[in-house]
Design a protein. Structure first.
Length: 275
């Protein structure tokens, strides 16, 4: 049946928060790129009909042949939908606008929350030799986000350092709990990463304080600063790590990648050699 923990396959992370504009896509692209820089092979699955992750990596809607829509609704295998990017070691499964109708189309499908789960475990995915799969979720707690949570080992939550930041979290946690009760009992919370932090701003400091006192170790030590290079990079179709390698944004995502890697050492390349 459904092998939730996989058997030594890639570590699968859903990057989720039902609020829009909190840094999900920015985190998905740049955490993926930073993990690749550290030697990992990473697949980014764009599960947002808006397709910002796809565009941000240089795939405009007309460049996209097979998409996550085909993956979920037409049983196109991942090995056919995934494309290589200019960032060697980084693969992308692009999304398309028709993904926005997936919720409605899937209402009568019995396996509807397991579609992404099953697609990511299709046997030929092994040939990609992936260490990580990051799923960029849409800004909702829709069936698409539930698919991501059912498919994942853990959820990584970007939290924008702004007023009311923590309010939306309880709804997200409720959804995680529901998924645990049903389809994916092993689902963990990878961590919460504070984004668009302005260290000099009292509000940012307050949000950090509140997040750390409420969520404790779930909050990553690394915080992503507000950095204009991060917002410019997508229009150059690049992760910030290649657009401006020395920027504060690049440094922050490298630090976040190291925190993630410390929890999940690279299985295929380093771990076997160094143990
Ligand atoms: P989401 O995917 O959650 O909707 P995005 O990652 O698309 O959020 O970010 C929303 C907007 O904020 C985008 O224009 C993005 O470029 C910008 N942005 C994200 N993170 C930062 C940051 N740390 N500093 C500056 N701008 C950022
Ligand atoms: Mg997004």
């Amino acid at each position: 049946m459904h092998d939730m923990m996989g058997t030594g396959g890639p570590h699968i992370l859903a990057i989720a928060n039902q609020k829009g504009g909190v840094g999900k896509t920015t985190t998905a692209i740049n955490l993926a790129a930073a993990l690749v820089e550290l030697g990992a092979r990473v697949l980014l699955v764009d599960l947002d009909p808006q397709g910002n992750a796809s565009t941000g990596l240089g795939f405009s809607p007309t460049d996209r042949k097979k998409t996550t829509y085909d993956l979920l609704l037409d049983e196109v295998p991942l090995v056919e939908a995934a494309v290589t990017t200019e960032f060697s070691g980084l693969f992308l499964c692009p999304s398309s606008a028709d993904l926005s109708s997936a919720d409605i189309q899937l209402v009568s499908n019995e396996k509807r929350s397991f579609l992404l789960h099953d697609a990511l475990r299709e046997p030929r995915v092994e040939t990609l030799d992936l260490d990580f799969i990051l799923i960029d979720c849409p800004p909702s707690l829709s069936l698409l986000t539930v698919n991501a949570m059912v498919a994942s080992h853990a959820v990584l939550v970007p939290l924008q350092a702004e007023f009311f930041a923590l309010e939306g979290l309880s709804q997200l946690m409720l959804t995680i709990r529901e998924v645990r009760r049903g389809a994916n009992p092993g689902l963990r919370i990878e961590g919460v990463v504070l984004t668009m932090v302005d260290g000099r701003n009292r509000l940012s400091q307050q949000v950090e304080h509140d997040a750390r006192s409420t969520l404790g170790d779930l909050v990553f030590k690394t915080m992503i600063p507000r950095n204009v290079r991060l917002s410019e990079a997508p229009s150059y179709a690049q992760p910030v790590l290649s657009y401006d390698s020395a920027s504060k944004g690049s440094e922050a995502y490298r630090a976040l990648a190291i925190e993630v890697l410390l929890r999940h050492p690279l299985r295929s390349r380093f771990s076997e050699e160094t143990v």
